[in-house]
Design a protein around this ligand. Structure first.
Ligand code: AMP
Length: 146
């Protein structure tokens, strides 16, 4: 059965281009719809939830920066704009799974690594997304530049 709706998860680093290219190839080959998602992780969550300072300004900057990078990606990949581009706050695994479920996606595409690097692959988002996924998951192998 060909895929009908593919969700590509982007971390907004330069590593996301090969991941998008692969997702796009599969979508074109199977006539599937393609959507992308970026999750902005709440800073308090990244720091373990117990930070004795006000992170709201930093959080806003992080969100604005992510929004700007998303806009650049949308210009580069016009098929990934409008209703096909999602940005939410939360924990990547949870948000990616929820979106895949509500949008009826049958394939999630992630990079084998991204911000956390190859050394942390086992603890990476790719590994996280795989566990309990509501559909197939493809981890696009990314070669780290030395
Ligand atoms: P990492 O866990 O940072 O090594 O990232 C592995 C892959 O997970 C990336 O190549 C992306 O496809 C995906 N990913 C990581 N962080 C996010 C995020 N915040 N939002 C969406 N996808 C992400």
């Amino acid at each position: 059965m060909p895929y009908t709706h593919i969700l590509v998860a982007v971390d907004l680093t330069e590593e996301c281009d090969p991941v998008i290219h692969r997702a796009r190839e599969i979508a074109q080959g199977s006539g599937a719809k393609l959507s992308m998602v970026h999750i902005v992780e709440p800073m308090a969550m990244a720091f373990g939830g117990d930070v004795p300072m006000d992170l709201s300004q930093l959080q806003q900057q992080q969100f604005d920066q992510a929004k700007e990078r998303m806009e650049r990606l949308k210009l580069k990949y016009p098929e990934l704009s409008g209703a096909n581009a999602h940005m939410t706050y939360g924990q990547p695994r949870q948000e990616i799974h929820d979106l895949a479920k509500t949008d009826g996606c049958d394939l999630i595409v992630v990079g084998s690594h991204g911000r956390h690097g190859l050394a942390l692959l086992l603890g990476s988002t790719a590994n996280d997304v795989l566990h309990g996924a509501p559909c197939d998951v493809l981890a696009v192998r990314l070669i780290t530049k030395k």
